[in-house]
Each structure stands twice: as structure tokens, then as C-alpha cells.
Design a protein around this ligand. Structure first.
Ligand SMILES: Nc1nc2c(ncn2[C@@H]2O[C@H](COP(=O)(O)OP(=O)(O)OP(=O)(O)O)[C@@H](O)[C@H]2O)c(=O)[nH]1
Ligand SMILES: [Mg+2]
Length: 512
């Protein structure tokens, strides 16, 4: 009688549905999403006042287009998960163990052996595999082989309460199946990592599991094929016999795998509490020796069942919060990740562009003044000449003022080409009180106007500067408002990232 085995089978049978109420956390997750959508909507960056073709406006439009695309894509992603959800639902309430490992690790052999054990103890055994998104039940055990054999997701239900998922390496799933397989793994409650005792602890294999592990699932490393071939002499004949590796050898290998796995999990950012002490076993020795109590014990199965029993509590904890985990993962991977990976960098680039525009604004304004002034000044001598005889300074100003406004407006539009500019309010040209034509030395000569020319040049300069200042202020305020809007949008994403993290922590808190 194998006590550990029976105890494990009994324990599985007792795992009723947990009483944790997921409704509050599910409501929090849904609330998070709709509040995020609302916040992003309210935080739309208003590009009013910008030329539609400008780099700034195009970038803002691109950002909004991308957000719309994200919203659409995530809807599709959630719909695409429907088959996986439906599949997972078929196993609702059962404990699902992911049996993971490189090809030839002995996954199929272990699953088959465990199935045989359960059957022996009067438990129903049902094999199945995944094909074209459908779950197909089959009567035959998994194929075991020296060459890579398992290329599809397959599993076996043991009794009422346990499901083993025998995965091909996650990478070998075909593209069609990959997403479904990946998502199906969502439903695994714990991971058995099978690593062959011929080269144990190839921890890079765990990279593929990073996603599952970060979800707080417990990990039990299992050193498979923990056996050696012995040559015995029997009645003068040499016979080959498979026997267990020695307890000392097993202990060494387990300690080594434990240490490597610990380092790896640390590097992956996974809590060490999820890692269970590794166990060694040999399905072949247990089988060939008849799987009686002594054979099972010697092959490592007592310790294996004890480790599985210890895995039950954390695995059941995952199982009981699984619906919330599935929604949480969707929000993390399909909603938040694109915001962090695409939108935040785009906002950052936009912010930089805005800063650049703000920084160049004073130089642009100075340039407008310069261009307009240079345009006006060459015409002044002729104008002053024209009105010299009549000493009509007012006529000069009446002609120059609209010319100046026109020149300013044109150059402002050309230089500040990102902005939509309203026609500037009329700006007068104010001459000093004593400015005017100068009486000539002789009465028959017309008055001279050199000083007047200089004074007029200065007055025009001042008027242009006043115009540029007003326009500059409008543009600066606009850029400032845009920058604030971009900042708000960044804050929204940061705030909601933090909030989802808090919901996640609450969900993973022991006792929920
Ligand atoms: N010595 C020894 N060999 C084993 C044991 N378990 C499995 N094997 C052998 O290892 C090889 C691979 O076993 P499988 O169970 O097919 O391995 P797998 O992990 O399912 O491999 P893939 O499906 O290819 O990923 C086969 O040749 C098995 O006979 C064991 O306990 N001891
Ligand atoms: Mg296999």
C-alpha cells in the first residue's frame, strides 16, 4: 500500500470550489478599464490652433489613431480568447498541472505512468488533445519516444479533480495553435518542470515559463529519468538492469537544480516562495519493478506525491482566483502593455517636439521682426521724399502702417507655420514727439529727412516687436496648453498602471 499516493488522490478529491468571492475584484478590474477609457477620452489632446499638416498636429493625430487602433485590437484579442475560455471552462473546478520540459524530458512517460496509477486506484482516466481549437477525447495513452514526439497540446484527466497538461515546448506549437496553447496555459494552476537527470537544470528553459511564473503559480522541478543501467551477472549471464540513482546522487542533483532554479527565478523577477524543493524520480524503474509500495518509494514517488500534496494549497489558491487572473492578464497584456510600449514613447516624443518649438519661439519671433523690417525699410526714402514738400508726416505713416501690418502677417505665417494665426490687431507706429521733417538751410530747398528716416526705422522696429510679442504669447500659450495636456495623458497612464498593480497585489494576497 502506497500511503502518499492514496493521500494525494484523496486530497485531490476533497478540493471543492474555494469560497473566495471574486466579485469585488472582478468589478474592480472592469471598473479600472472603463475608468481608464473615460480618462483617456477626457484627456484627448486638443490640437486646435495648429495647422493640420504641421509635424505637431500630425503627431497628435497619429497618437489618437493609435489609441483607437489599440482599443479595436484589444476587443479582437478578447474575442479571440473566447475558444480558450470555453476550453478552460470545461475544466472548471479541476486542478490543472502544467507538465513542462524540453523534448525527451519524460513528460509523456510520467503522465502515462500517473494515469496508470490513478486507474489502478479506481479513478477514471480520460486522455484528450487540442486540435483546431477543439478538445478531442481519445482512448489511447500519450506516445512516448526517443525522438521528439509531442507536438500538440494534450492532456489527461485523472479522476474528477486533476488534469495534467502535457505541452510540447511552447515554441514548437504551430502559429495557429500557439496563441490558443499559450492562453490555455492560463488555466494551469501550477507548473511541474521536468528536467532529465542526464543533464538536469537547463534553466534557460524557464524563460518560456516566465509569463506563467510571474502570475504567481508554484513551480515544482522534477528530475526525471533518475536511473542508471547496471550490468548484473545472473546465472553466468550479463544482464542489463535499470536501477535508481543513489539517494546521495539524487540529493546532489536536487540541490544543484534548486540553486540554479533559484537564481533563474530571481533573474526573472519571480518570488522565490513559488519555488518548491526539487524531487527526483524514475517512471521506468517504478514501472519495471511492478509499482508496488517498495518500488514506488525507491523510484522517488513517495517524495513526489508529498511534493504534489504540498503544491496543492498554492495551486488551489491560483485556481480559485483564476477568472480574475484571466481578466487581469488581458488588461495587463492587451490594454496596458500597448499604452506603456507605444503610447508613452509617443507622448514622450511629442513632449520633446513641444519643448523644441517652445525653445525656438523667441528666435522665430525675432526673425519675423527682422524679415518684416527689412522688407519695409527700402521703400521709406521714396515715401519720405514724396511727402517732404508738403511736410506731411501723417500721410507717410498712413501708408507705412498697413504695409507693415501686411509684411508682419505674411512673415509670421511663414515662420510660425505650425500655427493657425488670426490677423493681428492693428498696431500703430508711434514716433517721438519731436520727430518730423527738418527745415532745410535754404528756403528754396525741400526739408531733409535723414533723422526722420532713423526715427521712423526705430518706431517700426518697436511696433513689429510689439506685434511679435503678442503673436509669440498666443503661440507660447498654445504650446504650453498642449504640453500640459501631454503631461496629463502621461499621468493618466502612470496612474492607471499603478492602480492595476494594486488590484493585482490585492488579488495575489494570501487569503483571498
Ligand atoms: N531511463 C529512463 N528513460 C525514460 C524515463 N522516462 C522516459 N524515458 C525515455 O525518455 C524518452 C522520452 O520520453 P517521453 O516521455 O516521450 O518524453 P517527452 O518529454 O514526452 O518528449 P517529447 O514529447 O518529445 O517532448 C523516451 O525514450 C522514454 O522511454 C525514465 O524514467 N527513465
Ligand atoms: Mg511527449
Amino acid at each position: 500500500m502506497n500511503r502518499q499516493e492514496q493521500q494525494f488522490i484523496d486530497a485531490i478529491g476533497r478540493t471543492g470550489q474555494g469560497e473566495a468571492d471574486l466579485q469585488p475584484v472582478l468589478a474592480a478590474l472592469r471598473g479600472w478599464l472603463s475608468a481608464l477609457d473615460q480618462a483617456l477620452q477626457d484627456g484627448r489632446i486638443d490640437a486646435v490652433g495648429l495647422q493640420p499638416g504641421s509635424a505637431l498636429a500630425r503627431r497628435i493625430a497619429g497618437l489618437h489613431d493609435d489609441l483607437a487602433r489599440q482599443a479595436q485590437r484589444r476587443q479582437q484579442q478578447w474575442m479571440a480568447l473566447a475558444p480558450a475560455r470555453a476550453l478552460a471552462q470545461r475544466f472548471e473546478g479541476k486542478l490543472m498541472l502544467l507538465v513542462f520540459g524540453k523534448f525527451n524530458a519524460g513528460k509523456s512517460s510520467l503522465c502515462n505512468f500517473l494515469a496508470q496509477r490513478f486507474r489502478q486506484r479506481g479513478q477514471a482516466v480520460q486522455y484528450f488533445h487540442l486540435q483546431d481549437g477543439q478538445l478531442i477525447e481519445s482512448a489511447s495513452a500519450f506516445h512516448e519516444g526517443a525522438t521528439e514526439t509531442t507536438a500538440r497540446l494534450q492532456g489527461v484527466c485523472l479522476g474528477d479533480g486533476l488534469v495534467l497538461l502535457d505541452t510540447p515546448g511552447l515554441h514548437s506549437a504551430t502559429d495557429d495553435n500557439a496563441a490558443l496553447t499559450q492562453r490555455f496555459l492560463d488555466s494551469a494552476d501550477a507548473v511541474l518542470w521536468l528536467t532529465s537527470s542526464t543533464s538536469p537544470g537547463q534553466v534557460q528553459e524557464l524563460d518560456e515559463l516566465a509569463r506563467e511564473l510571474r502570475r504567481g503559480k508554484p513551480l515544482l522541478p522534477v528530475l526525471t529519468r533518475s536511473d542508471v543501467i547496471d550490468e548484473d551477472e545472473l546465472d553466468g549471464q550479463i544482464v542489463k538492469r535499470l536501477r535508481n540513482k543513489s539517494p546521495a546522487n539524487r540529493a546532489d542533483q536536487e540541490a544543484d537544480v534548486h540553486a540554479r532554479a533559484r537564481d533563474k527565478l530571481q533573474a526573472l523577477g519571480v518570488a522565490l516562495s513559488q519555488l518548491k524543493p526539487p524531487v527526483s524520480l524514475s517512471a521506468h524503474v517504478a514501472r519495471t519493478e511492478g509499482a508496488d509500495a517498495a518500488a514506488m518509494e525507491g523510484a522517488g514517488f513517495d517524495r513526489f506525491y508529498a511534493a504534489l500534496s504540498a503544491l496543492l494549497a498554492p495551486a488551489l489558491a491560483y485556481r480559485d482566483r483564476k477568472p480574475a487572473e484571466v481578466l487581469l492578464h488581458h488588461l495587463q497584456e492587451d490594454v496596458l502593455a500597448p499604452l506603456l510600449g507605444q503610447t508613452l514613447p509617443a507622448l514622450q516624443a511629442l513632449q520633446q517636439l513641444l519643448e523644441q518649438e517652445q525653445a525656438t519661439l523667441p528666435a522665430q519671433c525675432a526673425r519675423i521682426v527682422q524679415l518684416a523690417w527689412r522688407e519695409i525699410m527700402p521703400g521709406l526714402p521714396a515715401l519720405l521724399e514724396q511727402h517732404a514738400a508738403a511736410d506731411d508726416l501723417a500721410a507717410v505713416l498712413d501708408t507705412v502702417q498697413p504695409l507693415m501690418m501686411h509684411a508682419f502677417e505674411r512673415h509670421a505665417r511663414a515662420v510660425l507655420d505650425s500655427h493657425v494665426l488670426a490677423a493681428p490687431a492693428a498696431q500703430g507706429i508711434v514716433l517721438p514727439a519731436d520727430a518730423g521733417y527738418e527745415r532745410a538751410f535754404a528756403d528754396d530747398l525741400p526739408p531733409s529727412y535723414e533723422k526722420l528716416y532713423d526715427a521712423l526705422g526705430q518706431a517700426i522696429q518697436l511696433s513689429l516687436e510689439a506685434l511679435a510679442e503678442t503673436t509669440g504669447q498666443v503661440c507660447a500659450a498654445r504650446l504650453e496648453a498642449l504640453s500640459a495636456a501631454v503631461h496629463r495623458k502621461q499621468q493618466i497612464i502612470h496612474r492607471y498602471t499603478g492602480q492595476l498593480g494594486e488590484i493585482e497585489q490585492g488579488l495575489r494576497r494570501p487569503g483571498l
